[in-house]
Design a protein around this ligand. Structure first.
Ligand code: 3HC
Length: 713
């Protein structure tokens, strides 16, 4: 009946027709413009036929020929689509509404068979039919909130009327795909089926509806009627909104929009959804979050391309059983790569194993792991004091103390114990990869592999290429990091690599704000309001003041012009006073437990005194000035990393900051932040601070972009 590139329509048995989604040449079905156009054309054929008296069509089945039903609208089209003038964007949404409403008003029963996944627009399409049958392992949901938007194809209206409104709001607020069993319990699925029986069960139900044994009209009406207790919904939404982060407009809008259209007739409710969607789609947060999805896809693609070129890592080893080494051992074994964990002390090995065991126990407590599986993971970590078993190791992660001489000697030693094909990777956070490469005889097989603490939780791994590192070495290291469930980003060697190099100008700016008399608790508050999970003083305490001062020296030496100006005066004073941060309970803050055993964190008077003694001014700054003084050096350093070729793309620079530092997601990273402000506005703000030195000077690359009107994305 219809044969498109993404949609086909065919007659099946007993007067039923089937719309099959099967995007040619694509890994998944999305509702991109092509699929929507073809869906429209196919539905037009069905509707035209059914308008004829005595139409042969008795029912419609919608299904997918791919492993998943539909994963949503096509996100790669969003940037251009959301850039359309409001009226045009609203028109597009209205067309999609009309299409789904047309399916919903066909004069016979309609049913969607959901295999695998129905997300976003795909789920909204399923909601427009009278029935849904899901495979037992299927997941359905509305993940739009993760992209800074809300469901825009009728999902806010249909779902909130079909199931209890509180659950509908939770689905949309969390964006979490829901299990088929939950969908059945709440009434959004009508039947569940084993994977091989989906079609049979779906056709049985559809036929029953055709035969009048099941009332499809009742199902239709249920999702179109205004919500009975709309006043309660409004009150509930207002209450829930109080707990939300104002930096993320989508969740707040979800609650508002459902509360607004709860009492309205169906068509008016759809209109309300469309109007709100347009504003949200054009928000800076939506741009940043959509950008994050696209950046993430790019990272995955790059990692896949590297991994394809690599010989697989079957056996790995880690040197050092400390916090980082133990973390690497745990992560490797729990993702299926056996690992040797070597240290020079038995007690260190015992501690490494007991840390891994503790992490596994937590998984057991959460019901995610069995005791048997725990033992299997622990069996994958082989503690050792010698290099005896290193003859079949594919990759070694060196994670001994952060001391160049010790690292150099350990690397030279292990190189003799491993096969000539093995990769050596150092987990240094500060020492130059090129410098360490001098200690090995096969520098082409050496690179950096920088994990973040705690290894099991932090998703990022910087894979650092030295000037002699070969592509094979990078490929194998990227493949190993990916196999460990991490997100690798390949960067070139420089002091601080990518993430710390960009972080230290931020700490430098913090130090100067303190010298200018700005209170650190206020700076923390302002930067947390900007979206950082913790302000710079708290972050310094978490990192450790000693670690910070050490790394700052590396940065001062590496970048004497920009960072060689006492960027750590205050941190150095704290270190002298033995304020090491959280590790010894005192840094900028003091940490402890009160008489009731509750943890506290309060500003340290000693720290305040040390700052007061060194203060050179008492400036009255606005919150915005604090933000600019903190953020401009960081953003310019990110720009410089791109210009210096430390990182290949803006996407990787921004993802490094998001995954490695917790850069606010809704701002999308440092370079996206520049784009959001606009290069002109950013330049104006940087110029306000010209007198503060090199960290506030626009880079040559930035100036060129500004002159040519080119943004980073
Ligand atoms: N648009 C475009 N491409 C998509 C996509 C989407 N919605 N969802 C997945 N893809 C692509 C990926 O880019 C990838 O392509 P590639 O193979 O060429 O790199 C491929 O599908 C497979 O995706 P993943 O590599 O991410 O595979 P996973 O198995 O790890 O994850 C997934 C699958 C859970 C579907 C994940 O991709 C995902 O979360 N996708 C986004 C889903 C989503 O947010 N949908 C809602 C869209 S908004 C919407 O529908 C608006 C409407 O209300 C108006």
């Amino acid at each position: 009946m219809y044969n498109g590139q993404a949609v086909t329509l065919k007659s099946i048995e007993n007067g039923l027709v089937e719309l099959v989604l099967n995007a040619q040449g694509a890994p998944v079905n999305t509702l991109n413009s092509l699929a929507m156009r073809e869906l429209g054309e196919a539905v037009e054929i069905i509707a035209a036929d059914s308008s004829i008296k005595g139409s042969a069509i008795k029912g419609l089945l919608i299904s997918s020929a791919k492993p998943a039903f539909i994963v949503g609208a096509d996100i790669t089209e969003f940037m251009s689509m959301f850039g359309l003038p409001d009226a045009e964007l609203e028109q597009r949404l209205a067309e999609s509404h009309a299409l789904f409403s047309r399916i919903e008003s066909l004069p016979f029963p309609t049913l969607t068979a959901v295999n695998g996944m129905a997300l976003g627009g795909g789920f909204e399409l399923a909601l427009s039919t009278d029935f849904r049958v899901l495979t037992k392992d299927a997941r359905v949901g509305l993940p739009e909130v993760n992209l800074g938007i809300y469901p825009g194809w009728g999902g806010t209206v249909r779902l909130s009327r079909m199931i209890d409104t509180a659950s509908a709001m939770q689905w949309m607020l969390t964006g979490k795909p829901q299990k088929a069993a939950v969908a059945l319990e709440l009434g959004v699925a009508d039947r569940l089926a084993e994977e091989g029986e989906l079609r049979t069960v779906a056709l049985e139900l559809l036929q029953a509806a055709v035969n009048g044994e099941v009332d499809f009209h009742a199902n239709r009406q249920r999702k179109q009627q205004p919500i009975q207790n709309s006043a309660e919904v409004k009150a509930m939404a207002a209450e829930m909104a109080k707990k939300l982060d104002p930096n993320y407009p989508a969740p707040i809008q979800i609650l508002e929009i459902v509360a607004t259209h709860a009492s309205l007739p169906f068509d008016e409710a759809l209109k309300v959804e469309t109007e709100g969607f347009t504003t949200l789609a054009k928000s800076d947060a939506a741009k940043s979050l959509i950008g994050l999805f696209l950046n993430d896809q790019l990272l995955k693609k790059k990692a896949r391309n590297w991994s394809k070129q690599a010989a697989p890592v079957k056996q790995s080893a880690v040197l050092g059983a400390g916090i980082m080494g133990g973390g690497v051992a745990y992560q490797s074994a729990s993702t299926g790569t056996p690992i040797l964990m070597k240290d020079i002390r038995d007690e260190a090995l015992e501690l490494g194993i007991s840390t891994a065991s503790g992490l596994l126990d937590k998984q057991i407590e959460k019901g995610r792991l069995t005791e048997e599986a725990k033992q299997a993971v622990l069996g994958g970590i082989q503690p050792t004091l010698s290099y005896d078993d290193f003859s079949n190791v594919d990759i070694v992660v060196e994670a001994v103390v952060e001391n160049p001489a010790i690292k150099a000697s350990v690397l030279a030693e292990v190189e003799k114990a491993v096969p000539a094909t093995a990769v050596l990777a150092s987990n240094t956070s500060t020492i130059s990869i090129n410098q360490l490469a001098e200690s090995v005889s096969r520098p082409e097989q050496f690179c950096g592999m920088h994990f973040f603490n705690p290894v099991h939780l932090m998703p990022l791994v910087e894979v650092i290429r030295g000037s002699q590192t070969s592509d094979e070495t990078i490929a194998r290291t990227v493949a190993y990091a990916s196999a460990m469930g991490k997100t690798p980003i390949v960067v070139n060697d420089c002091p601080g690599f990518l993430v710390n190099r960009i972080l230290f100008p931020y700490f430098n700016a913090f130090n100067r704000l303190l010298l200018d008399g700005v209170d650190f608790e206020r700076i923390d508050r302002v930067m947390e309001g900007f979206g950082w999970p913790m302000g710079p003083a708290y972050l310094a305490d978490v990192v450790g003041i000693d670690t910070l001062v050490h790394a700052d020296h590396v940065m001062q030496e590496g970048f004497p012009v920009r960072m060689g100006h006492d960027g750590d005066v205050i941190a150095a004073a704290l270190l002298d006073a033995k304020h090491l941060g959280q590790k010894n309970g005192k840094g900028f803050y003091e940490y402890g437990k009160d008489e009731n055993g509750r943890r506290f964190k309060k500003a340290s008077e000693k720290a305040q005194q040390l700052i007061e003694d060194r203060r050179s001014a008492q400036l009255e700054l606005t919150d915005q000035q604090i933000i600019d003084r903190m953020m401009i050096p960081m953003c310019l350093e990110a720009a410089l990393c791109l210009e210096d070729g430390i990182v290949e793309t803006p996407a990787e620079a921004d993802m490094g900051l998001i995954l490695g530092l917790g850069f606010p997601r809704f701002r999308g990273g440092a370079l996206r932040y520049i784009d959001t402000l606009g290069l002109e506005e950013f330049a104006r703000r940087a110029e306000e601070h010209q007198s503060r030195g090199a960290l506030y000077q626009l880079t040559e690359g930035f100036k060129a972009r500004l002159a040519e009107g080119r943004s980073y994305y």
